[in-house]
Every structure is written in structure tokens, then in C-alpha cells.
Ligand binder design. Structure first.
Ligand SMILES: *[C@@H]1O[C@H](CO)[C@@H](O)[C@H](O)[C@H]1NC(C)=O
Ligand SMILES: *[C@@H]1O[C@H](CO)[C@@H](O)[C@H](O)[C@H]1NC(C)=O
Length: 297
């Protein structure tokens, strides 16, 4: 039930089964126990990567969905829902929205969020986070890039990836995975991941990995789906954009492969999370239906 065996020691035995790094995002009791353990670890280990900021990059223009961050989900802007979840994470010293758009900024200020204006020219969320961090001018050790299109992200998942990165000094990056649904096995938009027995990423792919010899989905295999949330060591954030694109990254069109291909380590935690990313207007109806069913207001 512990989030990652590494929350007590980064050199935890490699023989521990994959279960030992599973975090049940929804099992609040477990999450609290883990949080206490991890706090003890952080306190006991000098000031290792202790200053953490959560940044929610939000741009207005999107080819698929104009003004997406402001779309109402059961009467509340999506960006507000994401921000409210992020504010509940206990590992974050500060949460800011980074945007290029005055309407988004205004909306965010109205519900109390801190906003950093960033250039329209930022090509992706990571660039926006980097620019926001520079503008902020404060020293942080870890940045969590909280994607604004996952309004149901659990604060426990944010805390989980932060603690995983704090507990693994050899990693520069951390992220989360959840169980892959069999119907998503051959969907190239669902990114799969395989990890080693200490929870470090081995590879990400749009194809099904591992690939069963039969060519079919093995109902017994615990395939992993990559979630869009990630945290980085801020020192790595300076290097990341400068790394030249790598062959596997280009072939799969997966940015995170550049990290692995350059030999950096990435810590992965497993969480229980029903992915409800909002990419299209149709996704809004889906997520609202889900929220009504679960009585989430
Ligand atoms: C492939 O999947 C089947 C179940 O569908 C499983 O019995 C088998 O062990 C898996 N691996 C190989 C190499 O066939
Ligand atoms: C963001 O864009 C920059 C510039 O194109 C690139 O170097 C960087 O790897 C990208 N990062 C992500 C996470 O997409």
C-alpha cells in the first residue's frame, strides 16, 4: 500500500514486487499514512528537493478546442476545477496558472488563483512552465506540470509524483501510470509504459507494450497507461528543451522518450485513476456524466 518503497529509502530492495510502488490514489487512508512517512523522510534528508511549485499551463488557442481551459464543467470552468484539486496537494508550496491569454488570467484571478503571464509563442506546456518559473524568480527544486485538461486529478497523485522524485535522487523526472483498459490497448493516443522492478521507466509507446506473442491482448497482464501529469527537477528543466530530438522520440512522437534516450532516469508511480482528459467538446459531456454518476459536484 505504500506509494513507492522509495518513500522510506531510495535504495529500497529491488526484489520488492511491483505492488510495493503502487499508490491507490483514491484510498485516502493509505495516502495519509504514506504522506506521514514521506514527510519524515524529507525532514530527515537535509533539504533535498524540498521546494515544490505546481504550475498549470493554460493556453487559449488550441487547434482542437478553442478556449478549452474556460469550458464549463457542471457549472465551473475546467481550469478552476484543476486548480482547486491542485491546491489540495500538500507537497506544493505554491500553485500558479501560467497563461498567454488575458481572459483566462482574469477568470483565474476571480477565483483566487495566482497567474503568471507567459508568451503566446510557448510551444508546449513544459516551455510555459519554464518561462513562468523564470518570471517568478523564486527558487524551486521541483516543478509539477499539472495539465489543465485533467480536472479530476487527485491531489494524492500530485503528492505521489513529488514524493517519488524526492525519494529518488537519481531521477530527474517523475510521472504516473494507471491500469490500461483492454479496449484502449491498440489506441495510439493512449500511451503505454513499462517499468523496472524499482519503478523506473523502461519505455513508453503508442503501441501495446509488452507485446504478447499471440498478437492479442493478454487479459492476465497488468498493462500500464501513462497519465499526463509530470514533475521535474528544476535543474533538468533547463536542460530538457535543449536536448536534441532523439530517434525513438521522433518515431513515436513522444517527448518523454527524449529523457530516457539521453540516459536520464524517470520514476513512475502507479495510481488508481479513471482518466478523464478533456480534449474535445464531446469529452465535456462524458466527464459530466461521470461526475453526476459519482455525485461529484
Ligand atoms: C500471452 O497471453 C496468454 C493469455 O492470452 C498467456 O497465457 C501467455 O502466457 C502470454 N505469453 C506468451 C508468451 O504467450
Ligand atoms: C517543448 O518544445 C520544445 C521546443 O520545440 C522542445 O525542445 C521540448 O522538448 C518540448 N517539450 C515537451 C514536453 O513537449
Amino acid at each position: 500500500m505504500s506509494i513507492c518503497s522509495s518513500s522510506s529509502s531510495s535504495s529500497s530492495s529491488s526484489s520488492s514486487s511491483t505492488k510495493s510502488w503502487i499508490l491507490h490514489g483514491l484510498a485516502v487512508g493509505a495516502a495519509i499514512a504514506v504522506a506521514l512517512g514521506a514527510r519524515a523522510y524529507v525532514a530527515g534528508s537535509s533539504k533535498l528537493r524540498s521546494r515544490v511549485i505546481g504550475i498549470i499551463p493554460a493556453r487559449f488557442a488550441s487547434t482542437r478546442f478553442q478556449g478549452k481551459p474556460l469550458v464549463q464543467i457542471l457549472g465551473k470552468p475546467m481550469i478552476q476545477r484543476t486548480w482547486e484539486r491542485a491546491k489540495l496537494a500538500e507537497t506544493l508550496d505554491q500553485v500558479v496558472v501560467a497563461t498567454d491569454d488575458e481572459k483566462i488570467a482574469e477568470c483565474c484571478r476571480s477565483f483566487g488563483a495566482e497567474v503568471i503571464m507567459t508568451a503566446e509563442s510557448c510551444r508546449n506546456g513544459t516551455e510555459r512552465c519554464t518561462e513562468a518559473l523564470e518570471k517568478l524568480g523564486k527558487k524551486y527544486d521541483i516543478v509539477v506540470n499539472i495539465q489543465g485538461d485533467e480536472p479530476l486529478i487527485e491531489p494524492e497523485i500530485i503528492d505521489g509524483i513529488v514524493k517519488a522524485l524526492q525519494a529518488a535522487p537519481d531521477a530527474v523526472f517523475s510521472t504516473a501510470v494507471t491500469s490500461l483498459k483492454p479496449e484502449d490497448a491498440f489506441d495510439p493516443n493512449r500511451v503505454k509504459c513499462v517499468v523496472d522492478n524499482r519503478g523506473y521507466a523502461i519505455y513508453f509507446s503508442r503501441g501495446l507494450i509488452p507485446y504478447n506473442k499471440s498478437g492479442k491482448v493478454n487479459p492476465q497482464f497488468p498493462y500500464l497507461l501513462h497519465l499526463g501529469i509530470q514533475s521535474y527537477d528544476t535543474k533538468f528543466l533547463k536542460i530538457y528543451p535543449e536536448l536534441t530530438p532523439t530517434p525513438l522520440q521522433l518515431e513515436e512522437d513522444l517527448e518523454q522518450l527524449k529523457v530516457l534516450e539521453n540516459g536520464y532516469k524517470m520514476k513512475v508511480i502507479k495510481v488508481d485513476h479513471e482518466a478523464h482528459g478533456v480534449d474535445t467538446p464531446e469529452d465535456v459531456e462524458k466527464i459530466e456524466r461521470f461526475m453526476r454518476k459519482r455525485n461529484l459536484a
